[in-house]
Design a protein around this ligand. Structure first.
Ligand code: PEP
Ligand code: CO
Length: 409
C-alpha cells in the first residue's frame, strides 16, 4: 500500500473524530491462513458493506470501512501455556507464530510463518482491491452483497427497506441534485491489524518518497492491544515513530497518568485523525470508567477519535469451557457508549467488532436466540468468539435505529 492511502485514512478519521463520518472497523479476532480464499474474503466484505449501508442510513454520514484483515495474524495471549488433560503446551499465538492444533510440533514457533503471513496479507489486499475495482462495492448494486442466508433471516425485510431507501437517496442526488456519480459510487476499504509482532511491522516500515517520516506500509491502521500499551513498552515506542493513524485499546485498568502519557507520546502534534482510542470496558464497567477517560482527554486539550469495542470487555466462559459473548452485553455496552459520549459532549466516532460473514455459532443471543447449548454447531474461532453474519447485521440495525432516534449525534 502507499503512504498516500494512509494519509487519506488519517484525514477521514479526523473527520470521524469531529462527527462528520462514522467508522466501522471489523473482522476476525485472528485471521487464519486456511481462510485466505475468495469465498471467505468476499463474505467478509459483504457483511461489512451491508452493515455500512445500514449505518449510512442511520447516521446520515459517510461510513469509513476498516477491515480487521490482511495481516491480523498475531495474537496476544493471557496465558503462555495451555493445559489439556494433563498435557501442557505453548499457547496458540496466531498463524504468523505457530499453529492451533494441540501438538508439540504445531505449537512450536516457526519464523517461516511470517513469510506465509506476508504472502496471505498481500493476496487478501489484492483480492479486496480487485473486487472493489470491479464494481463489487458500487453503492448502486447492493444486490452483489447478498449473502445466501439473508433471504431466510428475520432481518431481511428491514435490511431490504434500508437498501431501497439508500438507493432512492442516491438516485435523488444524481438525478435531481446533479451530484456527480463518480464521487459517491465507490466505497473504499482500509485495512488494520494489531501491531503486535514488531519484527513483522518494522520490516514493512518505510520512508515514503517526498514525505516526511516513516510509514507502516503493511496496514493502514495499526493498533496497540491492551496488553502491549505500556508507556515504556516497545509497542508504544514503535507506534510513536510512524506517521500512520494509530489505535490504542483502552481497558478498565487505564489510569489518568497512563492516558495522559499516551497522549504525550503518541499524539504530540495533536493532528486530527492520528490517535484512535478504542475503549473496551465491558457492559458493567463502561458507565463507571468512560466518563473519566473522556474527562482526562478533555484535560489534555487534545483531539482524539473515540471508538467503542463492545467485544473484548464482554468475554465469558461457558460451563462447558467455551469462550463466548452475549449479544445483549455487546448491545448494552454500545448503547451506553453512545449515551455517555453524547452526555459528555464528546463524539463516538466509530465502532470496532469481531465478526464474520459466515454462519458460525460463537456468540450467544440475537434474533435467532442462539443458546449456549447451540454453540457447538459451528464454533470455529481459534481465539475470540465473533458475531455471525446475522448478529452483525442485527447490531448494525439496532445502532441505526438508535442513531435515528437522535440519541447519537
Ligand atoms: C483483539 O482485538 O483481538 C484484542 C486482543 O483486543 P484487546 O487488546 O483489546 O484485548
Ligand atoms: Co479478539
Amino acid at each position: 500500500m502507499t503512504a498516500w492511502e494512509v494519509e487519506q485514512l488519517r484525514t477521514q478519521l479526523g473527520e470521524a473524530g469531529a462527527g462528520r463520518r462514522f467508522v466501522l472497523q471489523g473482522g476476525d479476532c485472528a485471521e487464519r491462513f486456511a481462510d485466505c480464499n475468495a469465498a471467505n474474503i468476499t463474505n467478509k466484505l459483504k457483511i461489512l458493506l451491508q452493515m455500512s449501508l445500514v449505518l449510512i442510513h442511520g447516521s446520515k454520514k459517510p461510513v469509513v470501512r476498516v477491515g480487521r484483515f490482511a495481516g491480523q495474524y498475531a495474537k496476544p495471549r493471557s496465558e503462555d501455556m495451555e493445559r489439556r488433560e494433563g498435557v501442557e503446551l505453548p499457547s496458540y499465538r496466531g498463524d504468523n507464530i505457530n499453529r492451533p492444533e494441540f501438538t508439540a510440533a504445531a505449537r512450536r514457533c516457526d519464523p517461516q510463518l511470517l513469510l506465509r503471513g506476508y504472502e496471505r496479507a498481500a493476496l487478501t489486499l489484492n483480492y479486496v482491491r480487485s473486487l472493489v475495482r470491479g464494481g463489487f462495492a458500487d453503492l448502486h448494486h447492493p444486490e452483489y452483497w447478498q449473502l445466501e442466508f439473508v433471504k431466510h433471516s428475520p432481518l431481511a425485510a428491514e435490511y431490504e427497506r434500508i437498501v431501497g431507501s439508500v438507493t432512492e437517496a442516491l438516485q435523488f442526488m444524481e438525478n435531481v441534485l446533479g451530484v456527480h456519480p463518480g464521487e459517491i459510487e465507490w466505497v473504499d476499504f482500509f485495512t488494520s491489524h494489531e501491531a503486535l509482532h514488531l519484527t513483522y511491522e518494522g520490516s514493512q516500515t518505510r520512508k515514503a518518497p517526498h514525505r516526511e517520516g516513516w510509514y507502516n506500509l503493511s496496514t493502514h491502521l495499526p493498533w496497540a492491544g491492551m496488553r502491549t500499551a505500556q508507556l515504556d513498552g516497545a509497542h508504544v515506542e514503535y507506534l510513536r515513530g510512524i506517521r500512520n493513524p494509530v489505535g490504542v485499546k483502552v481497558g478498565g485498568a487505564m489510569t489518568r497518568d497512563w492516558l495522559l502519557g499516551l497522549l504525550d507520546t503518541l499524539h504530540p502534534d495533536n493532528e486530527a485523525g492520528r490517535l484512535i482510542l478504542i475503549h473496551r470496558l465491558g457492559r458493567l464497567q463502561i458507565g463507571e470508567k468512560l466518563p473519566d477517560l473522556i474527562e482526562w482527554v478533555g484535560e489534555s486539550g487534545k483531539q482524539v477519535v473515540w471508538m467503542c469495542d463492545p467485544m473484548h470487555g464482554n468475554t465469558r466462559t461457558t460451563a462447558a469451557g467455551r469462550k463466548t459473548r452475549h449479544f445483549e452485553d455487546i448491545v448494552g455496552e454500545l448503547e451506553q457508549a453512545f449515551e455517555i459520549h453524547a452526555a459528555a459532549g464528546s463524539v463516538l466516532g466509530g465502532v470496532h467488532f469481531e465478526l464474520t460473514g459466515e454462519d458460525v455459532t460463537e456468540c450467544v443471543g440475537g434474533a435467532r436466540g442462539l443458546t449456549e447449548d447451540g454453540l457447538g454447531a459451528r464454533y470455529e474461532t481459534e481465539v475470540d468468539p465473533r458475531l455471525n453474519y446475522e448478529q452483525a447485521l442485527e447490531l448494525a440495525l439496532l445502532m441505526a435505529r438508535k442513531m435515528m432516534r437522535g440519541a447519537i449525534s
